[in-house]
Write a new protein. Sequence first.
Lengths: 468, 101
Amino acid sequence: MNNSYAAVMARKNEIMKKSLLMDFGQFEQGKISFDYEGMMNQYGYTLEEIRKIQRDAHVGDTPLIELHNLTRTARALSPRGKGARIMIKDEAANPSGSFKDRRASVSCHFAQAKGFPGVAAATSGNYGAALASQANIRNLKTIIVQEVFDSLGRGQPEIVEKTRKCEALGAEVIQTSVGPELFYYLLRVLEETGFFNASLYTPLSIAGIETIGYEIAEQCRKLQGGLPAAVVITHAGGGNVTGTARGLRKAGADDVRVIGASVNLEGLHMASDRDFNLKSFTTGHTGFGVPFATWPDRSDVPRNAARPLRYLERYVTVNQGEVFYITEALAVLEGLERGPAGNTALTAAFALAREFDEDQFIVVQETEYTGAGKHHYAQLAFAKENGILVETGDPETEVPGRSIVFPSHPDMIRAREVDLDPLRVSLIRNALKNRSVSPSDLSNADLEFLAREVSRDTPFVEDVLKSL
Amino acid sequence: MNKIRKGGWVQIEWTLLEPWERPEHLPPETRKVPLRMRAKGILQEDASPGETARVLSTCGRILSGTLVAENPPFTHSFGPQIPEFIGLGDSLRSLWGNRDE
């Protein structure tokens, strides 16, 4: 068989069909539209069934913790009457230490039920360990393809830890140097092994996250007597936002504001061999957050089930130094030592709490485990080795890849608003460009689809089309 | 170099794509270097580091590449404490004042 890059990529759709038991072509509708909800329901699991699958695999039902001391600190910095209480969903309590177990659980259940011998995914994040952990429960083998090191062979410590954890859970790990072609290798693995494609972006993966939003609504109603004013979600590939928001809606919590938060890594290119080890965050950052919001179908499946602009009501960024600072504060004020990337939304929430009234509360929907390599001390040591200036001062002066600035006062921590409209325009432009369609080719169904894609009405889409 | 015996748990490394085989849209600094791969497995024949070797992977695949080392340890760590953060808890608590929680 011809395994050249071009030949394997040309077989992508065929490999997808076999490895996902899903023909994405069946959902295609107009020139650019597809039946999103039809795709989401294709595997046929109800939310209640997914909760049962997760309970059987020790996933979910994680504690919702009130952060009294961080709240008290945010209030001390707020105008009178402001300073919402901050709660956090302790997703580190899942078997492999992150919310990613929810994503892996349904894929592994499906793969086992359909008789696949194993599961495979390309991921450099917590998802690898989650997949290996869930696969073990289901007696499936696991192959994880990870982007770990640069052309000098230097591994990013956070990802090296993820290799270790996958191997500790018995997975086969294939490490790669910097480049998006790890997906090419994954396709070869899927073809060679006949394993299930446990992509992060399938409907199964997103359905697995819906339980987090549902649990938040349920726990808040039970423990707090009502719903939070907002749920703050660390945003990278879009799955976390999409799944959580869908779960909230399924729980009838439509009025809860959905706020995404990413670490600002502006100026650092995700596929750059040079920039790779200048990033102190390997996920939860704008390098994934913005491109995946504006073109979800860049993912490793033909149609991405994670479509964040359908659900995001606000999107904010925080800086690396601020997240490290709040990670430390979480440990010393609340006694919770948790991984830094998962604290992106918490950092935003610390700033946002000051806008909300003190009789309101907001929920941060995840934590993640910490450990050697991914601990904030490890990442800061690595940043210094790479010549990055680490200092205390005004976070506004931080330049990703050059400096990390801890706030000299917590008052300086900001959730910087990202205007969603330019991202919406960008999605519409990309939808046309990537399918080589001009505005005049679009049907009414396409216009309505684009409106849903950006959570706006059709006149908004028509205005954008005129301006292109 | 000492020979590693058949049956040892080893790491190998190989080139998956040469620079000219990589997609055009990559940043130039990425496209000028090959895409390198590393994996571990059970060594199939005696070999020395630097030689080409075959391994049996955890999932039963035969992979071949340059033998790197026998069972290389993980060396990632927690790093030192961050002096800027010493006393952060006290300094944040000192902001609280008399206002109710």
